[in-house]
Design a protein around this ligand. Sequence first.
Ligand code: FPP
Length: 262
Amino acid sequence: MSKHSDSVHPVSGDQKLPRHVAIIMDGNGRWAKKRMMPRVAGHRAGVEVVRRLVELCRSKGIEVLTLFAFSSENWRRPEQEVSLLMELFVSALKREASKLHKNGVRLKVIGDCTALNSKLQHQIEDAERLTAGNNKLTLVIAANYGGRWDITEAARQLARQVEAGGLKADQIDEARLAGCLSLADCPEPDLFIRTGGEQRISNFLLWQLAYTELYITDTLWPDFNESAFDSALSSFANRQRRFGRTGEQVAQSDTTQAEKGA
Ligand code: FPP
């Protein structure tokens, strides 16, 4: 069930951490171009950043990391780039699945997987099955994902329930719809990061980002290192999340919570 994640945040030092970080990893192509390299070299460098970031999130106690790896619109890219990206996913999954498992990471893939090639679909199923019981970090990879697709699928599920007579149209509310979305079993993202400087959500988690803190950096994804991540986390720690309340109400409830914790 989807919920605002203003409950218990993990803490690093004195700093409040997000429970769920969602990232658009942009800028691989520009990174490669600057180095006179093919675009795929940027994607390869991007995979290394993903590996390091997963480890960082796990060690900091962040619960969920969601990465936009391939959007439903990315099929429009040159055929060669699309197939190289698919190969990259296959080889990364093959190489990393057992390592993720050893480190207690649960892998979850969201998006319309039926459009992915069958080798990749099997690899995804195997890795999800292998890591299903892990609880140190949930790594969500959005592949052939679109926020509008996600909401449409949820609407379709609810419509089927109404058709079958198990649900009345009037019983449909936000919680019920959220419960049918791809990330229904995760807290909503607290922090959204986009690298590469574009000021867009690009059909990522449209429903789930409603109250998420947005952080956009010009850093290109292959250059997104620990210090860049720390800057995003410290920006998050300094935000006041109000969820529609006034600043005074939030300050009062923070004080009450701190007193309870003392
Ligand atoms: C956007 O950069 C990046 C992508 C469309 C692909 C992202 C994929 C990875 C980093 C690999 C992830 C791998 C796993 C296993 C999760 P861009 O190509 O649009 O860059 P540009 O805006 O500079 O052209």
